[in-house]
Design a binder for this molecule. Structure first.
Ligand SMILES: NC(=O)c1ccc[n+]([C@@H]2O[C@H](COP(=O)([O-])OP(=O)(O)OC[C@H]3O[C@@H](n4cnc5c(N)ncnc54)[C@H](OP(=O)(O)O)[C@@H]3O)[C@@H](O)[C@H]2O)c1
Length: 341
């Protein structure tokens, strides 16, 4: 059978499940599929393309017959197993933060810097979900009118934390509506009917790690270390899709109409922007779809050469599984699996 030997590490998770769906939907050329997770899930059965596969415990031997390994099992697992997989001859596309800022690891959003993929040394990193949707929407504008400064506030769904957080929001919502007490497990505070201005741990500079990812990753993906970024990342009681309110300062003047025109042509972007009929993107409509949606585009009345906009995308798809599969498609299309071979 023609195709590539694919493995998914973290196949039983939220992103792992979406990997399976996206590979099926996009008819990725798979010759053999192997599904890995922890020992807790070993023996569990999952379907890929109508065929049942048994989930196996991830081990150093798991990658012997693998061309492409899609990792979504957290940074510790990636740190341990991804180099082993790469040494075994697989190209790893990693969803965790483990290698994103390493110099010899491409950090890729295919609509922006697909060319970086060919420099890989066995590991390619998928950026953080909130960064991906922001740069998909901003890079087409940056290419025409360089961006000087971005101030972003995110409204991130609980699916960004994985399946345990989906359960937590469901359970807490029922408990609160049933006038029961809530005990938070996944987040430091109750997430149902609440909003938490903390995603990941706080750093010495008082930003959170998630916020700092948006600063560093944006610069690496857009190949511009001069872009200033300040982010406030907020967890909201939404199941799927992240939303972002973004103020962008450009080098030169740009009108909202110009921005709409540029974004209407941009790959992976859909403009939904007609205030007269309350047309703008929102998490519910973006969930389960591939595009990054942009609306509420307007002049920032507080700064020159600046726009404000609202960006929404499905964090599990474009923010994780879809972006990784698009990287795999580029690898295959350009025959970059074995660079220099
Ligand atoms: N959710 C998102 O929107 C999103 C976006 C971008 C990046 N990511 C990243 O993707 C990764 C997974 O996220 P998720 O949302 O899918 O989380 P999840 O739903 O909690 O799934 C975690 C997966 O990791 C597996 N795993 C845990 N410990 C393991 C071990 N010791 N060995 C092998 N596999 C192990 C789990 O397997 P078991 O079933 O056996 O426990 C499960 O398949 C994280 O690094 C996350 O940061 C997530």
């Amino acid at each position: 059978m023609n195709g590539y030997r694919v493995a998914i590490v973290g196949a039983t998770g939220l992103v792992g499940g979406e990997f399976i769906k996206v590979l099926e939907e996009r008819d990725f050329p798979v010759s053999t599929m192997q599904l890995f997770a922890s020992d807790r899930s070993a023996g569990k059965k999952l379907f890929y393309n109508h065929r049942e596969y048994e989930v196996k415990e991830t081990s150093p031997e798991s990658f012997r017959d693998v061309d492409i390994a899609l990792f979504s099992a957290g940074a510790d697992i990636s740190r341990y197993f991804a180099p082993i997989a790469a040494r075994s001859g697989a190209v790893v596309i990693d969803n965790s933060a483990a290698f994103r800022m390493e110099e010899d690891v491409p950090l890729v959003v295919p609509e922006i810097n697909a060319g970086d993929i060919k420099k890989h040394k066995g590991i390619i990193a998928n950026p953080n979900c909130s960064t991906i949707q922001m740069v998909v929407a901003l890079n087409p504008l940056h290419k025409i009118n360089p961006i000087k400064r971005i101030v972003v506030t995110t409204f991130q769904s609980v699916s960004g934390t994985g399946s345990a957080a989906i359960d937590e929001l469901t359970i807490q919502s029922k408990q609160i509506l049933g006038a029961q007490n809530v005990v938070p497990h996944v987040y430091p505070h109750q997430i149902a009917f609440n909003v938490l201005p903390q995603i990941d741990v706080f750093l010495d500079n008082a930003y959170t790690k998630e916020e700092w990812k948006m600063v560093e990753e944006t610069r690496k993906i857009m190949h511009d270390d001069d872009i200033l970024v300040s982010a406030t990342c907020v967890r909201v009681p939404v199941f799927i899709s992240h939303s972002e309110a973004v103020n962008v300062e450009f080098t030169n003047s740009i009108s909202p109409d110009d921005a709409r025109r540029i974004l209407a042509q941009a790959p992976g972007v859909r403009v939904l922007d007609d205030p007269a009929i309350s047309l703008y993107p929102h998490p519910w409509m973006a969930a389960g779809t591939d595009d990054t949606y942009v609306g509420r585009i307007r002049r920032d009345v507080s700064a020159s050469n600046s726009l404000v906009m609202w960006i929404v995308a499905d964090n599990v798809r474009k923010g994780a599984a879809l972006n990784a599969v698009q990287i795999a498609e580029e690898l295959v299309r350009h025959e970059w699996l074995h660079p220099g071979a």
